[in-house]
Design a protein around this ligand. Structure first.
Ligand SMILES: NC(=O)c1ccc[n+]([C@@H]2O[C@H](COP(=O)([O-])OP(=O)(O)OC[C@H]3O[C@@H](n4cnc5c(N)ncnc54)[C@H](O)[C@@H]3O)[C@@H](O)[C@H]2O)c1
Length: 382
């Protein structure tokens, strides 16, 4: 494999594929040669390229991982497909649904394997919940509710390329973390979001941008030179949802919510029972009952369904976490590639494709459209 972009999440892609034992980390491409050299050395990659084009020309690279800022997803993914490489793209798949659709069509035509890292799918209890719902354990789902809250953009000196529309896209919080929530809700429930009503807010319309570069999620340094900039994209949003089985739902996203670090929570209420999964307590699945005591299922391979067991690698009481779920994703994706499966074959569950990525882009766009119309119900195009 070769990876383009090794900032925050890129090294986790490398860590995850290394755990598989049969993937060779051939090369890292950075924004320039000096940074690529530094990253390749730190990450133990054999080759360093100062541009993604050079990495794509390397015949030893069969799978390209794209962990660059959002505005580079489309051009790099498109160039990788044109070279016949399999592509693992980080989310959101593209800046717009139109771009995501082009990538999906191009990848389908080229016959390459395409994946998007909606990594919460890789958690064993997410898979357990998905199987339980499919089996009918909670009855017919009628309400999906939750949130994805963080606090790393709470201060006016907090800054990220995610806040610049030309780098992050027309949406910030919704595209960045709302896309995860929507994918997870659809994946666990097996339903599709068909209509949205969005209310979006920019809590901090002015921020102090660092004049130099700063690592992702880092806070401002004491004497760091800063400049005031206007912010147009949302850092907070609430959304009402309708699903294709008639279920209703809602979720909120925000990156200005003190105390919430990576607080993704999804509850699905059905005609018989409810089920809730929280990322920050990801080794527990809450099961809500009407006539008997509620339950908490602790992650334990011996207590979960056989089909979810492959996502759990430690006995009960041994906590598994974010990076383990990320590795599960890579296990599903690379297992599929290594087995020589066709992109049109059925995918293992933690493996989201460009089709799922396109779907998430469509939902985010529909929410922005709804908000622009004064919070009117809006159909999700597909
Ligand atoms: N799946 C997840 O849970 C998850 C988590 C974090 C980020 N992400 C996604 O991953 C992507 C990267 O996010 P991040 O937080 O790692 O950002 P980041 O800013 O920390 O890292 C981006 C890296 O890309 C490099 N880069 C920029 N231009 C480049 C170019 N032309 N060629 C090669 N490298 C270049 C930067 O130098 C930096 O090292 C984003 O799209 C984000 O949405 C996903």
């Amino acid at each position: 494999m070769g990876i383009v972009g090794a900032g925050f999440v890129g090294p986790h892609h490398i860590d995850a594929v290394r755990r598989l034992g049969y993937v060779d980390v051939v090369a890292v491409a950075g924004s320039n040669q000096a940074s690529a050299d530094r990253k390749a050395e730190a990450l133990g990659a054999r080759r360093a390229y100062g541009s993604y084009e050079k990495l794509l020309d390397d015949p030893d690279v069969q799978v390209v991982h794209n962990a660059t800022p959002n505005y580079l997803h489309y051009p790099i993914n498109a160039a990788a497909i044109a070279k016949g490489k399999h592509v693992v793209s980080d989310k959101p798949l593209a800046m717009t649904a139109a771009e995501a659709k082009k990538l999906l069509d191009q990848a389908t035509k080229a016959g390459i394997v395409h994946a998007v890292t909606f990594n919460y799918r890789g958690n064993p209890l997410v898979q357990q919940g998905r199987l339980a719902i499919a089996r009918g354990d909670i009855g017919k789902p009628h309400f999906l509710v939750g949130q994805y809250l963080q606090d790393w953009l709470l201060k006016e000196t907090d800054y990220s390329w995610r806040l610049e529309p030309d780098k992050g896209g027309a949406s910030s919080a919704l595209g960045d973390i709302g896309s995860h929530w929507c994918d997870l809700a659809q994946h666990m429930s097996g339903l599709r979001i068909t209509h949205v009503l969005g209310d979006i807010t920019t809590v901090l319309p002015k921020r102090k941008r660092p004049k130099g570069s700063r690592e992702a999620f880092a806070t401002a340094g004491a004497n760091e030179p800063l400049e005031e900039v206007e912010i147009k994209v949302e850092d907070l949003a609430s959304v009402l949802l309708r699903f294709d089985n008639g279920a209703k739902g809602s979720f909120s996203v925000g990156q200005v919510c003190a105390g919430h670090k990576n607080d993704l929570e999804l509850e699905i209420c059905g005609s018989k029972a409810s089920l809730k999964w929280r990322q920050e307590h990801q080794n527990e699945l809450w099961l809500g009952h009407r006539d008997t005591a509620n339950e908490i299922l602790q992650k334990d391979p011996s207590l979960i369904d056989a089909d979810a067991r492959g996502y759990a690698h430690l006995p009960g009481g041994h906590q598994e976490a974010w990076a383990d779920a990320f590795a599960n994703l890579m296990r599903d994706i690379y297992g599929f590639i290594a087995a020589g499966r066709k992109p049109t074959d059925a995918h293992p569950p933690a493996f989201a494709t460009f089709e799922d990525g396109y779907r998430a882009n469509c939902i985010v766009e529909a929410i922005l459209e709804s908000a622009a119309k004064g919070s009117a119900w809006t159909k999700v195009n597909d």
